[in-house]
Structure formats: structure tokens, C-alpha cells
Design a protein around this ligand. Structure first.
Ligand code: SAH
Length: 346
């Protein structure tokens, strides 16, 4: 009976080096294979041309390379690309390439489905099936980097963890993936070009602060009033604003990094002056930037984009209080690739 082969990319570089030593080979062989697996994104052992045929066969007998497969690629009229990414066990996640004039941003998923229950988000309607492994996150980035080179003639420049899932509920794997993405042995990207977006898990935000991570943090706030936030993001009853705020204060004291907030203004939910004032009060303790995102409807019409005058009211209120604010238009709506639309149609 064949024993189950291990996923070779679950091994660290040291483990891979040790494996070769156990096989009576040189540790250096481990470095070579590691380079094929990560920097060169080899999909099979036969691609490893500087490794002998016998060694490749031995690897084949012991391991598998669980590479993702881009099953379907859709292109929006605005240039945005959405990849449906099939994982080794058949589950599917989505990632998005967002081109702007001089940037290409990858929006990647961290979980299959999501364990949170934000009522305005399509992904929340899928149960969380499982966490993504570090290599599955890394591979999404590589796929988008390749597409950026192919279609836009330039490498990927930025990454946002704003796809499916809550990255801080899969923190260890997200961190491992970012390590690979930023390592010279992986893609060598600067952590300053990476933003992890969270609905706010206070304990993990503090942990990130303690580890002095170098990537950016964005918080999906949407309301700075507990009752309102709980009604649209029910997990807020477990992690109320007071705890979130305390964790963010800790984050700022440790990192001195500006905090970005994502915020959608909805009709009848948070489109009042009182709501805008609460937002100011919440984020005033540290240099902050508020990204007001356009609402992307997810069919049932329960949530509606607020009137533009409400968005202007927010802009004025924030600016008056020295808080940077941007109003972002959505990209890729026609292919359901915009914020909160991932998994809308599958
Ligand atoms: N779980 C993480 C990352 C995924 S969501 C987080 O909550 O930050 C990425 C962003 O899209 C979040 O700011 C989320 O609140 C927002 N979003 C979700 N549904 C949306 C919708 N229908 N329209 C606009 N933005 C939405």
C-alpha cells in the first residue's frame, strides 16, 4: 500500500536540508530544491533541471507539490482581472489583479470562505471551509505577478489581504506567506507594499505589534458605534470597539504606523453626522487615514449606498479634524471582483 506523500512545501528550508542529509546527500541540495519550489515556482520535480534524474525520482516518490491552478480568469472592462483559483483538494478561492496607472495590486484570499458574518459581504455567506496554507497564499501572488508581467508589462507592486477570509483568523499562515513573499528567496517584495486588512481581532493586532511586523494594517470599521457595528458585523459583540481601540492604541505605540480604516457609508445605517463624529472620535488618537469605499451590492438590496451628500459630509468632517480621507471607486464590478463580491455567483 502506498503511504501518503507529504507536501514538500510544508517543509522549512532547514527541514529540506536535513532531509537530503538523511538521504546521504549534501545539505546544499536542499537549497537548490527550495529555490525551485519558491523563487522559481516549479510545478513539478521534472522542472528542476540542475537536480539529477535519480534525485528527482526520489523526491517524486516521497513528496507532492500542491500547486494552485488558475481555473478561470475573467477580465473586467476596466482592466481588473479575477482568478478563480483551484486548490489541491478541489476547493476554490478567488484573487484579483487591480491595475492603476503606475501600480498593480494583488488582492488575495486567506481562507476558503469566511468565519465572520458581515451582513453586507458575499463571502460571509459561504461557511469557512478551511484556512489557506502559506504556499496557497504565495501562489496566488505569483499567479498575479505573472499576469501583471504578461498583460501590463510590469511586475506586481502591491498586495492587499482583502480577498476571501479574515487574515487574522489565519494569522500564522498569513505571516509565513508574507515571510516568503518578502524574502529574497521568494519574491523579494518590500513589506511596506503589503497591507493586511482585518475586521479587527484585538488579540492578534497586539501580537502583530509585539512582533513588530513591517507590513501595513487596515481595519474594516464601517461604524464606530457599537450597536450599529454589531448589527452589521455581528462578531463585534465578541470584539467590541473598546477592545479594538485598545489594541490599535497598542499597535500604534509599538509601530508608529499610521492606521488605515475602511468604511462604507450606507443609507439609513451610518449616514448621519453623529456617525461621522463617532468615527472621528474613534480614530483621532493616532495618525489615520479613512478609505471610504463604494458599496458593492450583493443582490438582496438590504444595504444601499448612501447619497453622495452623506459621503461629502464624512469627507468634510474627517478633513476638518485632520484625518486623511480618500473616496475610492470600485473596480471590477462587472465581473464581481469588487470588495465584498467574491463568491457572489459561485
Ligand atoms: N476580512 C477582512 C478582509 C476581507 S474584506 C476584512 O474584513 O477587512 C475586504 C473589504 O471589503 C473589507 O473592508 C470589507 O468590509 C469590505 N466589503 C465587504 N463587503 C463589501 C461590499 N459589499 N461592498 C463594499 N465593501 C465591502
Amino acid at each position: 500500500m502506498e503511504t501518503k506523500k507529504r507536501d514538500i512545501r510544508a517543509l522549512t528550508k532547514d527541514q529540506l536540508r536535513n532531509f537530503f542529509v538523511e538521504q546521504g546527500d549534501k545539505p546544499f541540495r536542499g537549497n537548490q530544491v527550495y529555490e525551485w519550489l519558491w523563487q522559481k515556482s516549479a510545478h513539478d520535480f521534472d522542472a528542476m533541471t540542475n537536480i539529477s534524474k535519480e534525485t528527482r525520482q526520489m523526491l517524486e516518490d516521497n513528496f507532492v507539490i500542491n500547486h494552485i491552478r488558475v481555473d478561470q480568469m475573467q477580465r473586467s472592462s476596466d482592466g481588473t482581472i479575477k482568478n478563480a483559483v483551484r486548490l489541491h483538494d478541489g476547493l476554490v478561492v478567488e484573487s484579483v489583479l487591480i491595475p492603476t496607472e503606475n501600480r498593480t495590486t494583488a488582492c488575495v484570499s486567506s481562507q476558503v470562505g469566511c468565519s465572520l458574518d458581515c451582513r453586507f459581504c458575499a463571502t460571509a455567506r459561504l461557511k469557512r471551509m478551511r484556512n489557506l496554507n502559506p504556499d496557497e497564499i504565495y501562489d496566488q501572488v505569483v499567479a498575479i505577478d505573472n499576469e501583471s508581467r504578461l498583460y501590463f508589462d510590469r511586475p506586481l507592486s502591491n498586495i492587499v489581504f482583502m480577498g476571501m477570509g479574515e487574515p487574522l483568523m489565519n494569522y500564522n499562515n498569513v505571516l509565513k506567506a508574507i515571510d516568503k513573499i518578502t524574502s529574497p528567496e521568494g519574491l523579494g517584495m518590500s513589506p511596506k507594499r503589503i497591507v493586511v486588512s482585518t475586521s479587527g481581532v484585538p488579540k492578534i493586532i497586539k501580537k502583530m505589534a509585539d512582533e513588530e511586523v513591517k507590513f501595513g494594517l487596515a481595519v474594516s470599521l464601517h461604524s464606530a458605534i457599537d450597536e450599529v457595528r454589531t448589527s452589521i458585523m455581528p462578531f463585534n459583540s465578541t470584539f467590541p470597539l473598546k477592545d479594538l481601540r485598545e489594541a490599535l492604541e497598542y499597535w500604534y505605540s509599538k509601530t508608529k504606523n499610521r492606521i488605515t480604516y475602511e468604511y462604507v457609508v450606507w443609507k439609513g445605517i451610518n449616514d448621519t453626522q453623529e456617525a461621522a463624529d463617532a468615527l472621528v472620535k474613534f480614530c483621532k488618537f493616532a495618525p489615520s487615514k479613512v478609505n471610504i469605499i463604494e458599496y458593492n451590492p450583493i443582490d438582496d438590496g438590504e444595504f444601499q449606498q448612501a447619497h453622495s451628500s452623506a459621503v461629502e459630509m464624512y469627507q468634510n468632517t474627517l478633513e476638518r479634524n485632520g484625518i486623511t480621507v480618500t473616496v475610492r471607486r470600485s473596480r471590477g464590478k462587472d465581473i464581481d471582483a469588487a470588495c465584498g463580491q467574491l463568491a457572489n455567483k459561485s
